[in-house]
Design a protein around this ligand. Structure first.
Ligand code: NAD
Length: 316
């Protein structure tokens, strides 16, 4: 039986431990098991995070193994080799698909029947890998996709137009990576089209501003990695946001990565588009209207991913 208050995190490096720290403070779960191929690392993180628990909400936090995940409501997978300076997310593909071949079959063997959240990169390819390897219903496997990129976009746009970033509705879609794009034609602030809102505030030259902000969003990970070797706080908050949408059955629209079944003419790949997320994972996808340029960018992004998927052996 699923324990609605239990989460497991596989991979306790920068991203896994930061996500565990964010989840410990969230009050969403009362039991959290940390798993890593480096058992010492998992034990150290479990102790350290547990020592902060008395200042948040009481819960059970421990290092464990795959025998502990069977009844978890959610598993967050952040295991894998991290992106090195100058390395694209897609360079990581073969390394991390092989790591997944040692993780996902163990999760399957345990009888896990919850929602599997994939965060490791390249996240779209690994989400597809997890769907293929886990045997779970496809909607129960979610990639963090462009949730982080969209958060970065909202933060930068909010600063640009001087409003609370949460009042900016704009999505990064496509691959979480170099071929991602911003769906500018549907971007709004409080229901007002973004360009109209900008003009009201004296921000003109929309095209130049859009180009600069989209590039800054896309290059965020490279910029941060160059300066501090890894990115983890932003993604940890994205993990907490997705877990909240699932565990509270919020039906929140988030641009997670999931298996396409004909949306925008795409199928048999995982990619990000606005998606209603609830206790069953993917509830439905929201096909926001795209203009011709955006449709072209989505098709190109999907092709880049499909070429990789077609070159990888997912059998295990
Ligand atoms: N989706 C996103 O938005 C996003 C953002 C940042 C980072 N990431 C990705 O998250 C992943 C982790 O990044 P990080 O900075 O935490 O890396 P890290 O090297 O700090 O941590 C990776 C952890 O995975 C563990 N691991 C490796 N193989 C394993 C296995 N077979 N089973 C269990 N654990 C295993 C390692 O021991 C290590 O503790 C990377 O793929 C990175 O690119 C994704």
């Amino acid at each position: 039986m699923v324990n609605e208050k239990k989460v497991a995190i596989v991979g306790c490096g920068f991203v896994g431990s930061s996500s565990a720290f964010a989840l410990m403070q969230s009050g969403l779960f009362s039991e959290m098991v940390l798993i890593d191929v480096d058992k010492n690392r998992a034990e150290g993180e479990a102790l350290d995070i547990a020592h902060g628990m008395t200042f948040a909400e009481p819960m059970k936090i421990y290092a464990g193994d795959y025998s502990d995940v069977a009844d978890a409501a959610m598993i967050v997978v952040t295991a894998g080799a991290a992106q090195k300076p100058g390395e694209t997310r897609l360079d990581l593909v073969n390394k991390n698909v092989n790591i997944f071949k040692s993780i996902i079959p163990e999760i399957k063997k345990s009888g896990f029947d919850g929602i599997l959240l994939i965060v490791s990169n390249p996240v779209d390819v690994l989400t597809y890998a997890a769907i293929k390897m886990s045997g779970l219903p496809e909607g129960h496997v979610i990639g963090s996709g462009t949730v982080l990129d969209t958060g970065r976009l909202q933060q930068m746009l909010g600063a640009h137009v001087e409003v609370d970033p949460r009042d900016v509705q704009a999505y990064v879609m496509g691959e979480h990576g170099d071929s991602e794009f911003v769906a500018w034609s549907s971007a709004q602030v409080a229901g007002v089209p973004l360009n109209t809102f900008c003009e009201l505030h004296g921000h003109l030259e929309h095209e130049a501003a859009e180009k600069r902000i989209a590039e800054d969003v896309k290059n965020s990970a490279y910029t941060i990695i160059e300066k501090k070797h890894a990115t983890y706080y932003g993604v940890a908050m994205a993990v907490k946001r997705i877990c909240t949408a699932v565990m509270r059955d919020e039906q929140t629209v988030l641009p997670v990565s999931s298996l396409m079944v004909g949306e925008y003419g795409l199928s048999d790949l995982a990619i990000s588009m606005p998606t209603v997320v609830g206790r069953d994972g993917v509830v439905c996808r929201v096909p926001v209207p795209l203009n011709d340029d955006e449709q072209h960018e989505l098709t190109a992004s999907a092709k880049a991913l499909k070429d990789i998927i077609d070159s990888v052996d997912f059998s295990c």
